[in-house]
Design a binder for this molecule. Structure first.
Ligand SMILES: [Zn+2]
Length: 385
C-alpha cells in the first residue's frame, strides 16, 4: 500500500529517498486504500482532515503531523444565477489549502524515518512544507523564484527552512531543486503522491458538508493542478465507495498569461504542450508552464465533463475587490474564480440554479505587499459603491 504506482507503466515501485518519479519519467500515484469511509464513524471525530483517516495512506497514527487543520467553512455567496457557495480553503495554519497536502506528506516522511527534505514552490506549498517540517522536526530546504511575494518568503524563513532564491522564472526554480533530489527526499507538492492524497480531503469535506452529496460543479484555480486533481481523486473515491452518485464537473481557471491546460482542452489534445508565460501575472501561484501530471489532468477533465477558462489581469483585480466587499480577503491567485464563474455561465458549463462551489485557496495576507503596490498605483478601488 505504501509503494508508489506508475499509471503509465502499471507497475509498483518501492519508496526510496532519491526516487521522485518513475523510470519512464511519469509522476507516481498511490493505489487507492482498501478501507471504506464510514459517514457515521466520521461524524463522531474531531473536525480535522484526519477524520477521513481510512482514506489517508499513513499506517502509524503516531507519525501524524497535524495542527488539527481542515474542515474549512463552506458559505453561501450572492448569485442571481446559481446556488453559489465558497469553500474558504485559505483558512489554514499557513494561510493556504496546501496544508492539506503537507500534513499527509510530512506524516509519511516521519513514518519513513526521513530527516531531510527539499521542495520548490511559488510560495504557498513552500510555506506549508516548511511549517509541517518544523512541526515534524525535519530539516527542510525550499527553492523559490526570487520574485515571490515577500510575505511568503519571510514566512518560509521564519519556519526555519533554508530558503534558496532562484533568479528567473518558475521553471528555473524547478531545475534548481532537481539537482538536490539526487540525495535528498523531494517533498514535492507536484510530484509526490502523498501530497495529493492529503489534498483529496477537500472533496471529502465538501461532500460531508453537503450531507454526503456532490455539488453540480466546482471552480478552482489551476497551475500544476494539485487542487483540481485532489478534487478528482477524492470525489472519484467517494463515487467508487457508493457515497455519492455523480462526479461534480471540475471547472479550472488559469491566467491568460500562462494557460497550457486551457489550450490543450480547447484543442482537444491528448497531452498538454508546455507554454511559456507571456508576461508576469498577479496570479503568481498558478504560473505553470509544464504541468507534470498532464495526463491525469486531462483524464480528470474527461471523466468529470470538466472545462477550463482563462482570466485577464483586470478580471483578477475585479475578483479581488468583489470578494473583499463581502469581507473575504484572498490572494490574487484565488480571486481568479470570481469572473471565471461568469465565463462558465456564458459558455454553458454552469446551468441555472445549479449548486456551484468556488474554492478560495490562499489568504490575501500572503500578498499584502503586492496588493499595497496596486492600491497605491490607483489600480484598485475600481468597483462602484
Ligand atoms: Zn512509469
Amino acid at each position: 500500500m505504501t509503494d508508489y504506482f506508475c499509471q503509465a507503466c502499471s507497475q509498483s515501485r518501492p519508496i526510496e529517498v532519491n526516487r521522485y518519479c518513475c523510470d519512464c519519467g511519469q509522476p507516481f500515484s498511490l493505489l487507492p486504500t482498501a478501507s471504506l469511509l464510514s459517514p457515521s464513524k466520521i461524524a463522531q471525530r474531531p473536525p480535522t482532515l484526519w477524520r477521513y483517516r481510512e482514506a489517508l495512506p499513513i499506517s502509524n497514527p503516531e507519525s501524524v503531523v497535524t495542527f488539527d487543520e481542515g474542515m474549512t467553512p463552506l458559505i453561501h455567496t450572492k448569485s442571481d444565477y446559481c446556488d453559489h457557495r465558497l469553500k474558504l480553503d485559505f483558512i489554514f495554519p499557513t494561510g493556504s489549502y496546501k496544508d492539506r497536502g503537507a500534513s499527509v506528506l510530512l506524516s509519511k516522511v516521519r513514518e519513513l524515518g526521513i530527516t531531510r527534505v527539499v521542495e520548490d514552490s511559488s510560495g504557498n506549498a513552500g510555506a506549508a512544507v516548511a511549517a509541517y517540517s518544523a512541526k515534524a522536526g525535519v530539516d527542510c530546504t525550499i527553492y523559490c523564484p526570487e520574485k515571490t511575494s515577500a510575505g511568503k518568503l519571510t514566512q518560509i524563513s521564519l519556519y526555519g527552512a533554508d530558503l534558496q532564491l532562484i533568479p528567473g522564472n518558475r521553471a528555473q526554480t524547478t531545475l534548481a531543486v532537481l539537482a538536490a533530489t539526487a540525495t535528498t527526499f523531494y517533498a514535492s507538492h507536484n510530484w509526490n503522491p502523498f501530497f495529493l492524497a492529503g489534498v483529496q480531503t477537500v472533496a471529502f469535506e465538501i461532500a460531508e458538508q453537503l450531507g454526503w452529496t456532490a455539488p453540480d460543479a466546482i471552480i478552482c484555480p489551476v497551475g500544476f493542478g494539485s487542487i483540481y486533481l485532489g478534487l478528482h481523486l477524492g470525489f472519484r473515491q467517494l463515487q467508487q465507495q457508493g457515497l455519492i452518485e455523480k462526479l461534480p464537473r471540475l471547472l479550472g481557471v488559469q491566467s491568460e498569461a500562462c494557460c497550457p491546460i486551457f489550450q490543450a482542452d480547447v484543442d482537444n489534445q491528448t497531452e498538454i504542450e508546455p507554454m511559456k508565460a507571456s508576461r508576469e501575472t498577479l496570479a503568481e501561484g498558478i504560473i505553470s508552464e509544464r504541468p507534470v501530471r498532464d495526463r491525469m489532468i486531462l483524464t480528470a477533465i474527461r471523466e468529470t465533463k470538466g472545462a477550463f477558462t482563462t482570466v485577464s489581469e483586470a478580471e483578477i483585480k475585479t475578483g479581488l475587490e468583489t470578494l473583499a466587499r463581502e469581507g473575504i480577503y484572498v490572494e490574487p491567485t484565488s480571486a481568479v474564480v470570481v469572473k471565471a464563474l461568469d465565463h462558465f455561465v456564458a459558455n454553458g458549463a454552469v446551468d441555472k440554479d445549479q449548486l456551484v462551489i468556488s474554492i478560495l485557496t490562499g489568504s490575501g495576507l500572503k500578498a499584502t505587499e503586492k496588493l499595497t503596490q496596486l492600491f497605491e498605483a490607483g489600480q484598485m478601488g475600481c468597483i462602484d459603491d
